[in-house]
Structures are given as structure tokens and as C-alpha cells.
Design a binder for this molecule. Structure first.
Ligand SMILES: Cc1cc2nc3c(=O)[nH]c(=O)nc-3n(C[C@H](O)[C@H](O)[C@H](O)COP(=O)(O)OP(=O)(O)OC[C@H]3O[C@@H](n4cnc5c(N)ncnc54)[C@H](O)[C@@H]3O)c2cc1C
Length: 477
């Protein structure tokens, strides 16, 4: 049980001390209920559809394929365990936005934003429907998201975004500093906008595990600890999917491999692995929770370019993540990078600046994960091997909800169907590629430095960022 507030350590020692006992594992994956793994593939088999990747993209693809045709023969191959990667270690903000936020969507797809917004809301409603229908116990709460300004320059953008959301028919509440602090008490808040209908807060690992169960019950054959090493064409017979100890001869293949080394070479130009980090506190005592309010349990984010996202868990811990979006030069993914002590310390410091009344609270978990970042921050899809293989990737840190849309679009493409989804510019075109290394690292680090400078300079974007804006390019987590 947590200590009572006054007995706790005070700032400034609070931040490093609070991390001393934090376990370096994702909070969501460190809870009871993790299913035992399905056995790996160790033989030759065949399938109508082979889905590669057991995160939200792969899970929804397999499940939707069975919903479309219960007789479909679907295999899902996961390199490690279902939901171990980004899908099981994120903030659990399941947003309607398909475009990494309305502002990004309006900037990049102005002619389609109303349609994208409508399709995103339908997708979110259908996710909520599936959670209920499959009885997935993932603590889903449609509390919406509260975006707060923590510097005066952020207020104008916040209000413009609220106006744009309202014009699309959303339930939006603009709050002044008193109003926002009445919702959640932080001395740093200057104003806020509560988007009441566009976000479902949930436990992502339990969603992944629930989707896994729904897939198995629908007859999907799942193989875990079965990394796919190659996909090759077999003419009319389809595609051969190779793992270390087995193969699948598949009529169609769907790739949902996130930020990991793409099995399709061309995708390497469009995706970079960006690390995002998060902390979780011990459960708040009743008095501690009362000291911040937060009765409406919204997901929260601040409005800087480098932003924090935070939320309550079902047992009233606070998950606090974001801010640093780290690209390690060379772009290699490694387990060692799931921990970044400097970023953890920075996050902890910012936490106590936001909630000084919680000084002395301890963090129990600190972890990182990889985000599949593309230069326009939102999912793109396409096909290869004469339309027999489809891919969906590039969610750039907002894929919990959008993954289902990417999955549905892949199935449309694999069936050769022209739908509202496949007709979207966002889905028909690809983002601008990143340059190869070492230029890639140089460009990304320059951009990160410029973004940090903009946040320190009242949001003023330097020549480099303005040039990227003009070219429709960017970097984010
Ligand atoms: C710390 C953090 C916080 C985040 N917070 C949020 C948030 O609050 N809201 C939000 O919307 N998004 C958030 N995101 C992003 C979100 O988690 C992702 O966009 C989403 O989970 C992507 O799902 P995915 O299935 O495409 O990828 P992943 O979950 O990464 O799954 C890909 C899977 O493919 C498997 N794989 C890869 N290669 C192979 C292979 N060759 N063979 C077999 N399997 C393979 C991997 O093992 C992995 O399981 C966050 C991400 C992180 C890391």
C-alpha cells in the first residue's frame, strides 16, 4: 500500500528516489492473465491467409478475416508472444483519429479530413462493439481525452484545434485554467480542451490477449515464437512464408510487423524505429487521488511539440509517458534500449513538476518500446507480389485504434475490393521516404533538436522545421 502523502519524500530528491524500485518491464505485461504461448510452427502447412505479426494490426486482420468469412483458413505467425511489442506496452489511448490527430490530418489530407474523421469514429465505435461482443475485459472507459496547455503559446493552437473538432460535430469542451484545474489539479495548467467522444482508455495488453482469444475461438491457428524469415512467390500457388522450423504456403499474406525489420525491402525506406518511454506509479491512496481530482478519468496530454501523455489505470496508478522520442543512430532495435535511465529521470522530474502534491510517490514500472514512425505520422498501406501480399504500418505512436483500420484496409486490398478505405489518398499513397543512413540519423537528430528548441522558444519553428513543414515532412513518436 502507498504511504500517506505527508510522510513522503519532498522535491527535489523525489524524482530519482521515486525510480529506485521501478521494474524495467511494461506495467501492462506484468500482470496476471498473460496466456500461455501457442506452440511454434514446426512443420509445413497451408492457409488461405497468413498474417505475420501478433500486435493489434495482425490480431485485427486475423479476426476481421474470420468475421468476413467464418470458413476462411487463417494462420497468424508471431515472432515472440502475442502483444509483447508496442501493442502491449503503450499508453492505452485508443483514439478515433486515423491521422495522428486532427491537426496532422487537416494539414496533410485537407480534402478528405471529414471522411477520415467519420471513418475513424466508426472504427472506434466498432472497436468498442467488438470489446463488448467478445467480452474482452480490458477496462475500457470512453472518458475522452483532455489536452492541456502548459505554456501560453500553446493556447492558440489548442483553441484552433477545438474549433476544427467542433466543426466536424465532436463533443468538445474548452476550459480555462480554473476549469481545467477543476478537472485535474496541476499548477502547470493554463487551459485545456476536453475531447469527450474521441478516445477510449483501455488496458492494451488485456485487449491484445482478448483479441488473441477471440481469434482462437474463431478458428485462427496461432503460432507464437515463430519469427518469419522470408516470404517468397510460388507462382499460382501463392506465397511461401518461411520460419526457422516450418513453412506456410499461403494464398494471401498480411504484414503487421510494426517497427521491426520489414520482410518487404521497399518498406525500409518509409519506417524508422523511434523509442517511446513510460513510467507507472504505485496505486494512489484515496487522499492522493483526491488531491488531483481527475474524477472523470480522461486520458491527458499536454500540447507541446514534445508532449507527455498520462492516464489513470483501473487501480488508480498513473501511467506517465512520452516527451523524449528517441532515435538511436543507425536505427537498430535492441532489448537493452527498452530502458533509458536519462529519459526515465526526465519523465519523473516532469511528473513531479506537474503534480507536486504527489511528491514521494514511487514508480513501480519504467519501460520503453518501439514506434513505427513514418514521415507523415499515420498509417499507410499497399500491396506487393501481384496483390497477394498487403502491408499496413507507420502509425507513429497512435496505432491502438488505427491498427484496426489498417487491418480492414489490408483485407480490402487482398480481396481486390475498392472501398471507402482503399480510395483514401492516405491509403493510396506512401509517405516521403527517409534518406539512407548515415544521413537518416543526421536529419532526425537535427529535427529533434529543432523541435526541442521550438518548445523552449514559445513554439517558434526555426528555418529547418519550417522547411520540413513546407515539404510535408516531420518527425514524431
Ligand atoms: C511506449 C509506447 C506508448 C504508446 N502509446 C500509445 C497510445 O497511448 N495510443 C496509441 O494509439 N498508440 C500508442 N502507441 C503506439 C501503438 O502501441 C502502436 O501503434 C500499435 O500497437 C501498433 O500495433 P502493430 O500491431 O502494428 O505493431 P506491434 O504491436 O509492434 O506488433 C508487431 C508484431 O510483429 C511481430 N513481428 C515483427 N517481425 C516479425 C517477423 N518477421 N515474424 C513474426 N512476427 C514478427 C513483433 O514481434 C510484434 O509482436 C505507443 C507505443 C509505445 C511503444
Amino acid at each position: 500500500m502507498p504511504l500517506a502523502g505527508p510522510a513522503r519524500r519532498a522535491l527535489p530528491a523525489a524524482a530519482p528516489a521515486a525510480l529506485a524500485g521501478a521494474r524495467p518491464v511494461p506495467y501492462w505485461l506484468d500482470q496476471p492473465g498473460r496466456p500461455p504461448p501457442e506452440p511454434p510452427l514446426n512443420r509445413a502447412t497451408a492457409a488461405g491467409l497468413a498474417v505475420i505479426g501478433g500486435g493489434f494490426t495482425g490480431l485485427w486482420t486475423a479476426l476481421l478475416a474470420k468475421e468476413r468469412d467464418p470458413a476462411a483458413d487463417v494462420v497468424l505467425l508471431e515472432g515472440r508472444a502475442i502483444g509483447w511489442a508496442a501493442s502491449g506496452r503503450n499508453g492505452g489511448f485508443c483514439a478515433a483519429s486515423l491521422t495522428h490527430g486532427l491537426a496532422n490530418g487537416r494539414a496533410r489530407f485537407p480534402a478528405e479530413i471529414a471522411e477520415l474523421d467519420r471513418l475513424g469514429m466508426t472504427n472506434l465505435d466498432e472497436i468498442a462493439g467488438a470489446i463488448a461482443r467478445y467480452r474482452i475485459d480490458c477496462a475500457a472507459e470512453r472518458t475522452g481525452e483532455l489536452v492541456v496547455a502548459v505554456a501560453p503559446w500553446q493556447l492558440a493552437g489548442l483553441h484552433a484545434d477545438a474549433e476544427a473538432a467542433r466543426a466536424l460535430g465532436h463533443d468538445v469542451q474548452v476550459l480555462d485554467s480554473g476549469g481545467v484545474r477543476a478537472e485535474v489539479a496541476s499548477p502547470t495548467y493554463l487551459g485545456g480542451v476536453w475531447y469527450r467522444d474521441t478516445c477510449l482508455m483501455l488496458d492494451p495488453a488485456r485487449l491484445a490477449w482478448g483479441l488473441r482469444r477471440a481469434c482462437l475461438e474463431a478458428g485462427v491457428r496461432i503460432y507464437e515464437h515463430s519469427p518469419v524469415t522470408d516470404v517468397t512467390g510460388e507462382g499460382r500457388a501463392g506465397l511461401r512464408v518461411l520460419t526457422r522450423d516450418g513453412t506456410v504456403l499461403a494464398g494471401r499474406v498480411a504484414l503487421g510487423t510494426g517497427a521491426y525489420r520489414p520482410l518487404l525491402r521497399r518498406l525500409r525506406h518509409y519506417l524508422v524505429p523511434v523509442y517511446d518511454y513510460a513510467l507507472v506509479t504505485e496505486p494512489l491512496a484515496t487522499a492522493e487521488l483526491a488531491s488531483i481530482g481527475w474524477r472523470n478519468r480522461q486520458g491527458l496530454a499536454d500540447a507541446g511539440n514534445q508532449f507527455h501523455y498520462y492516464r489513470l489505470t483501473a487501480d488508480n496508478r498513473i501511467l506517465w509517458g512520452g516527451y523524449d522520442a528517441v532515435y538511436y543512430n543507425g536505427g537498430r532495435i535492441s532489448a537493452a534500449r527498452d530502458a533509458n535511465p536519462a529519459t526515465f529521470a526526465r519523465l519523473a522530474e516532469h511528473f513531479f513538476q506537474t503534480f507536486p502534491q504527489l511528491a514521494g510517490l514511487d514508480f513501480t514500472h519504467a519501460w520503453g518500446g518501439v514506434v513505427d514512425t513514418c514521415s507523415r505520422f499515420c498509417v499507410f498501406t499497399g500491396t506487393a507480389h501481384g496483390g497477394r501480399l498487403a502491408y499496413a504500418a507507420g502509425y507513429t505512436g497512435l496505432g491502438v485504434g488505427a491498427a484496426r483500420f489498417g487491418a480492414n484496409t489490408m483485407l480490402d486490398l487482398l480481396h481486390g475490393e475498392q472501398t471507402e478505405r482503399t480510395s483514401l489518398t492516405m491509403m493510396r499513397t506512401r509517405p516521403v521516404p527517409f534518406p539512407p543512413e548515415p544521413a537518416r540519423s543526421a536529419v532526425i537528430q537535427l529535427t529533434r533538436a529543432s523541435i526541442a528548441r521550438a518548445d523552449r522558444s514559445d513554439g517558434r519553428r526555426d528555418l529547418w522545421l519550417r522547411t520540413l513543414d513546407r515539404l510535408g515532412l516531420g518527425y514524431d513518436s
